[in-house]
Design a protein around this ligand. Sequence first.
Ligand code: SER
Length: 574
Amino acid sequence: MNSGDIRKKFLDFFEKRVHSVVPSASLVPEGDPSVLFTTAGMQQFKPYYLGKKDAMVDFGTLNTVSIQKCVRTSDIDEVGDESHLTFFEMLGNFSFGGYFKEEAIKYGYEFITQEMKLSVDYVSVFGGEGDLPADTESERIWKSIEPNIKIKRAGRADNFWGPTGDEGPCGPTTEIYVRGLEIWNIVFNEHYQSKDKTLTKLPTPGVDTGMGLERLVMVLQKKENIFETDLFSPLDVNNLPSIMSETVRRIMLDHGRAITFLVSDGVKPSNVDRGYILRRLMRRMMAHFHKSARGPFKASDVTDLDFVDIENLLERVVDNYRHFYPELDKEKVLKIFREENSKFKTAINRGLRELKKLNTLDAKAAFKLFESYGLTFEIIKDFGGEKAVSLSRDDFDAEFKKHQEISRAGAEQKFKGGLAGHSETEIKYHTTTHLLHQALHDIFGSHVVQKGSNITPERLRFDFSHPQKMTDEEKRKVEEIVNQKIRESLPVQSVVLPRDEAEKTGAHHFFGEKYGDKVSIYFIGRDLASAYSKEFCGGPHVKNTSELGVFKIIKEEAVAAGVRRIKATLSGVQ
Ligand code: SER
């Protein structure tokens, strides 16, 4: 049976049993900010379990069936073994108050044994844990179908599913095993888990089932691993270089599918969120491909990296899947891949030069290489040699996560009085404000306290405590200091420290302001200790003061007793 037949049989089976066939949702979940990608078939149906939408109105039935494209990213580094994938298809039937355990289990059993003609090894059910009781009803139903069936009980880790993201429907599961493999996961969505992890009973319990197509096809086609099935074999004709290892071939096949589907659903490579995952997949694929086909990168060959074989593979993914997923877009996939490919070449050239200069390489330094040059973790490991031996994926990911949280917090937090947009000019004014703040301290001493700040694309405005009008001489000196720091081309960097340590650095901050346990400090200078300016701040900032142009004070006035206001511009920045 080929994979196309299996898809069809699955949809037909449930359609005959009063399920509406619903097309796969996009890999980019709509209206669910709690997850990056669609990871399960039930995701598009979340509102129906919660009674927020009415399946009867939208589908004409209380039951649906779908084949959902999914991306799961937790195991990217495992891809290359016999079973891990980032992209896969999930067959699922769902009910939102239509049927429950009895029918769900019977349908599963009937499809596996009669339609697929496979025999069930054993099944598992939820054995209870904490306040949650064992699912004796499912046990009874299984025995009523096959009196001698082997039933294994397990706890929450194995037989309780969900929610996707931080909250949502979830519940006990029963799983069907065939040839020792878990083939089908049947979830009884009885609960709602909220953000604080408490469970409440859903008013109407629902059914959510998921069966990985790749695994089912592997069992039916009697293959040793999923990459030998007809879901992959047509992608590898004509051919990936024969010297390529099996591991790398699998990485090509998996990432090739994921990239094609993600790009067709509108994801573009970038350094954040979904775009970051896509970039990682693309660059990991290119790096492995190159290394496997041509040996490790050398400075001499990074300029002529050739990825025609990868382009051919992406085209074959489109050809092979387009009949079922008409949204696949060959032109778009190739265009975005080529763009990323050329960025990758530049990144490798510049980043490797930078990497060579470093004496040590901790997670923070590695993350900087990623942020500034787009060198991925894998590439840094590959090229870091001795320096990268102790660098771990966990530490790198922790650094990444910290950064994303902070930049998000920074974007949300208004920069005292409102850095509303983040145009490049505004970012330049933001960094200049830090220089100005410190220059005023240099001239007037520590009674200078920031009272407010506001930035527009045309100018910066900075309010600070000071008892009298500034003289022309004082204004000239402040300008001179700021311009001197701009000319020194100082790097602008950030660190995250526990709040008490951050306070000890002497960085400017607002007294009485509530800061979190960890705070981000932006400093202007080669290192934190010798930095010219240090402030508690969520960013964003330019990377180097040399980007700033010429600083000029255009107005100095009083705004309240003891509070002065400076307006200043940068020339040559707009
Ligand atoms: N939501 C469950 C899973 O992803 C069943 O579809 O396994």
